[in-house]
Design a protein. Structure first.
Length: 204
């Protein structure tokens, strides 16, 4: 792709580093920004600066938050005895959109994947164990993607959680193998949470 401007090329290269954004899409986005007013572009860049400088991760569940403890963890309307374990913030958003779950969350920050060099110590697994030590949690829902990495992580967590007196559930597999929660429609995902099953049934 030939560029008439070095600055244009640099901007396209930066946009092209975003996931799912190819060179042509990056060029279209940059050209769109060039047509906007200075105030619109400044507002856009300012929001990105604020995002990077001020965003926090909840100290309890590790979801993205504006505060040290997120609004879900501080809500008295949530069932704090039920923890839904997910891979990342996108899964929290997908489940919240179903309006079928009233418990709290625990964001692992990834999945166990030896091929990618991601082991249990790279995830927020020990922090999850710490949340169970007060004995107030009754159920852990393992809501991870139906992939090999997801299943590996679920099995590892199951072995770690067996030492606690909690019910261990997984979402019903109405989700195709290889499916990621953020791409599942809200009705299917909501039904999968509502009809969750004890994990032992999957390994019996």
């Amino acid at each position: 792709m030939h560029f008439s401007s070095r600055l244009l090329e640099q901007a396209v290269d930066e946009f092209g580093r975003l996931p799912g954004i190819g060179k042509k899409t990056a060029l279209r986005l940059v050209l769109h920004l060039l047509k906007q007013s200075n105030s619109d572009v400044s507002r856009f860049t300012h929001s990105l600066d604020q995002l990077k400088e001020q965003i926090r991760y909840c100290k309890t569940c590790f979801n993205i938050s504006d505060h040290e403890i997120c609004e879900i963890c501080t809500s008295v309307k949530r069932d704090h005895a039920t923890i839904c374990v997910v891979e990342d913030t996108r899964d929290v958003m997908a489940i919240e959109n179903t309006n079928q779950y009233q418990g709290v969350y625990h964001v692992l920050g990834g999945l166990i994947s030896p091929m990618d060099g991601v082991g249990p110590s790279d995830l927020k697994i020990e922090a999850l164990m710490d949340r169970l030590k007060n004995g107030e949690v009754r159920e852990i829902i393992l809501a991870l993607s139906a992939t090999m990495e997801g299943d590996t992580t679920i099995f590892y967590l199951y072995r770690k959680l067996k030492g606690f007196e909690v019910q261990i559930s997984t979402i019903a597999r109405g989700i195709a193998f290889g499916g990621e929660l953020e791409y599942v429609d809200e009705i299917t995902l909501g039904r999968s949470i509502a009809t969750r099953v004890p994990y032992e049934r999957n390994i019996g």
